[in-house]
Design a protein around this ligand. Structure first.
Ligand code: PNW
Length: 487
């Protein structure tokens, strides 16, 4: 049925929606059904809960040479032979740079009222610092206007890993403090110009992965394999960049702009929910995030972190910059990182090894543990007293492909989302202050080292034609949003 293609003007008839029982026309009858049916979900979310989707610039935009954009470390890395599983790159990706209006209509069709995207630093400052490129910022002006005209509130991330290559070449990127300062200048420039429309700004996406995979394992750009000491120093510069950016945003953005970060917090889950194991999981989580979330939210490194032989070199002033007060914390939650047991050892906890049989989704790292979406926000609230939390990413890849009837039955993604959302609802029903949820991702996109082979989208993308087709999970999410409850 999608041989007819995607037509912006016929959203209600979007290929796939009708066949999956949720075309615009059938919403009324679905209302009637839920009124008459005994099957009412009790898993309701707070009335003002924000539902959205998330993406990042390099993963969807393409147009890498348009309107004066400079190269990023991801352009360089993806074009280096052997780095990307399917030998692909983000040169075209979802061509979102040219198709953003269609993509906003996809968000609207889901009923989402928020959207988390990232700004490509090398579009705004092609050389990282120095002369800005107004045409680069203009793209985000157009995107913001389009989102707001469609009733969708933008949440912007300033850094989702696409560092200007010039900064890597000039000073070693995040190996240098200079990059933290450059990041603050870029943050000031962008927040001054966009905060009339963007009210929530994230500084950095996932310090943990950009440090570990980018600079330790060499699997993400810039592909370095540094020593533990150098790695700790990189993490320190990233944390410093976050703190300097918070200060720059406070100084340059419109009053009332809210600032936070998005982190793949290392999440310790009590293996069995006893008081002793819960306490052990809190101790472990605090310690396992010592170099980033803990120092940002507590204003000090933990004793164990500083006791390492190769602890980062830092000043007291650095620590106070890093811990500049923030307004909210974003948590990217995919997996149960560790199951924790109380133990009679000096740390007070044991991390249980994962048996080989532990279930996972369409990637070995994507272990299924829906309770991760309960414990992540609960830990942030309990350990650090965070008052405003957003789930900034959650989702899964699937081997979903069009079936013989043309529909995409990604029942594994629906199963994953339903179970994770039940645990998020458990958190909100207990009063854990989670204000919103951004599903990763709106559309299939460039999944870093996996290229286009791992698909995380609610909409399938045919990368030959750029046609977007809603999957079963899009219908599921639309119904969750419509009912404001797990369905
Ligand atoms: C996130 N983990 O990375 C990224 O922010 C996205 O850009 C990416 O596409 C998405 O997840 C899916 O992979 C992750 O260790 C980093 O569990 C680390 C983990 C998970 C996701």
């Amino acid at each position: 049925m999608w041989s007819n293609g995607f037509s912006r003007r016929h959203l209600g008839k979007l290929a796939g929606w009708a066949a999956l029982g949720l075309s615009t026309g059938s919403v009324k009858s679905a209302d009637a059904q839920s009124r008459s049916s005994d099957h009412k979900s009790i898993a309701a979310f707070p009335a003002d809960f924000r539902w959205g989707t998330a993406t990042s610039s390099y993963q969807i935009e393409g147009a890498v040479n348009e309107d004066g954009r400079g190269p990023s470390i991801w352009d360089r890395f993806a074009h280096t032979p052997g780095k990307i599983a399917d030998h692909s790159n983000g040169d075209v990706a979802d061509d979102h740079y040219n198709r953003y209006k269609d993509d906003v209509q996809l968000m609207k069709a889901l009923g989402t009222k928020t959207y988390r995207f990232s700004i490509a630093w090398p579009r705004v400052f092609p050389e990282g610092t120095g002369a800005p490129n107004p045409k680069g910022l203009d793209f985000y002006n157009r995107l913001l206007d389009e989102l707001l005209a469609n009733g969708i509130e933008p949440f912007a991330t300033l850094y989702h890993w696409d560092l200007p290559q010039a900064l890597q070449d000039r000073s070693g990127g995040w190996m240098s403090r200079d990059t933290a300062k450059a990041f603050a200048d870029y943050s000031a420039y962008v927040s001054e110009r966009l905060s009339d429309r963007v009210k929530h700004i994230f500084t950095i996406n996932e310090c943990s992965r950009l440090v570990q995979l980018g600079h330790g394992l060499g699997l993400d750009a810039p592909g370095l394999k540094l020593s533990q000491g150098e790695l700790n120093q990189v993490r320190h510069h990233v944390a410093l960049g976050h703190g300097l950016a918070v200060q720059a945003i406070r100084a340059y953005a419109k009053p009332g702009t809210k600032v936070g970060l998005a982190e793949n917090m290392v999440n310790g889950i009590p293996a069995i929910e006893t008081p002793a194991n819960i306490r052990a999981a809190e101790i472990a989580t605090r310690e396992l995030n010592a170099g980033y979330l803990t120092v940002i939210l507590e204003g000090k490194f933990t004793d164990a972190y500083l006791a390492q032989a190769d602890a980062p070199k830092h000043t007291a002033d650095d620590v106070s910059i890093i811990s500049s007060p923030i307004d909210f914390v974003g948590l990217n939650v995919y997996t149960p990182d560790h199951y924790v047991l109380a133990a009679d050892n000096s740390r007070g906890y044991t991390l249980a090894p994962f048996p080989a049989s532990f279930p996972h989704m369409d990637a070995a790292w994507l272990r299924v543990g829906p309770e991760a979406l309960y414990w992540a926000p609960r830990h942030a609230s309990k350990i650090w007293g965070v008052k405003s939390i957003y789930i900034t990413e959650n989702g899964t890849s699937s081997t979903d492909q069009p079936a013989a009837d043309g529909n995409i039955y990604d029942t594994d993604r629906v199963m994953y989302l339903r179970n994770y959302l039940l645990h998020l609802q458990r958190a909100t029903s207990e009063g854990v202050p989670v204000a919103g949820y951004f599903l990763w991702s709106l559309i299939d996109n460039f999944e870093w080292m996996d290229g286009y082979q791992k698909r995380f989208g609610l909409y399938h993308v045919d990368f030959n034609t750029q046609r977007r087709t809603p999957k079963l999970s899009a219908s599921f999410y639309r119904e969750v949003i419509r009912q404001n409850a797990v369905v």
